[in-house]
Design a protein around this ligand. Sequence first.
Ligand SMILES: O=C(O)CCC(=O)C(=O)O
Ligand SMILES: [Fe+2]
Length: 287
Amino acid sequence: MGTKLSKGDLFGWDLDAEDFSASKLAQIAKDRLAEKHAVFFRNFPVDMGVLTEFLSGLGDILPNYDSKSRGGGAPGAINRVKYNRPVDRPSFVHEKSGPLMLHTARSWRQPRPRFMSMLMVDSGWRGYNYGMNGESAVVCWRHALTRCAELDPEFLSHKLPLLKDTPIRFTATRVVEDFSNLPLIYEIDDPNHDLDYGVRFKQDIVEVVQALADKPPRFDEYLDALKFLVKVTNSPDVAVSYPMDRGDIVVLDNNRFGHGRLDFIPERLTDGKLETNPREIWSATIQ
Ligand SMILES: O=C(O)CCC(=O)C(=O)O
Ligand SMILES: [Fe+2]
């Protein structure tokens, strides 16, 4: 591939939500999604009602992670991702600090959700070294698979078939949903390229597969192939990262794109007082 990819390569030129009436936004997004399988707007209203209506125009919003637990959080189906200091219970993933490896929304679920969306509500603390400001990361799986094929002459003949032909089943503890038996790399309905596949990854997919009770056949080779794909996916060669400002929103084809984030500082002392990072994202998964 040669040159490093930028946000514009993935999303096209930036769209400004202020250029359109709220009722038009879903149609604009659908047009972009049909063309690019991803869409990015600046200046989207930070408002649960507007966001819910916009996302409902793209499909059904799946219930949020907290709906099956006592965790509290955002009302309705929108998931509130914000650092929460662990005090008397372990933190949920959406409350933790630290980077998130590139992953898929509801990676365990069948049927596969079509889209995932993230709206930056508060970009949190900035001005730290790159990679410490909670920058967002996105990968197009086709790019990752293409790069794997460039780096490893055995990828297409050996590693890809293993990942694409081995059914895998993993679960999630805080949801009641049907679990997928699809391979981690699977065929999609409307491929437009040799390597246009869907991928479903949890952010710790290697550990998830290692912990499976039913190990896939040829487990060592399988794990080797998986580790290679995870490494390439999270390398700056193919993962595109960028800071999001308040009001930036992305909608991704959840088969073709993975999402994650770089690290951020969760807490700091200012004049002897402990402050927590206000970084906050509203995210949702759409069927
Ligand atoms: O904190 C982030 O930027 C990513 C959050 C995320 O992965 C999600 O909401 O699904
Ligand atoms: Fe996520």
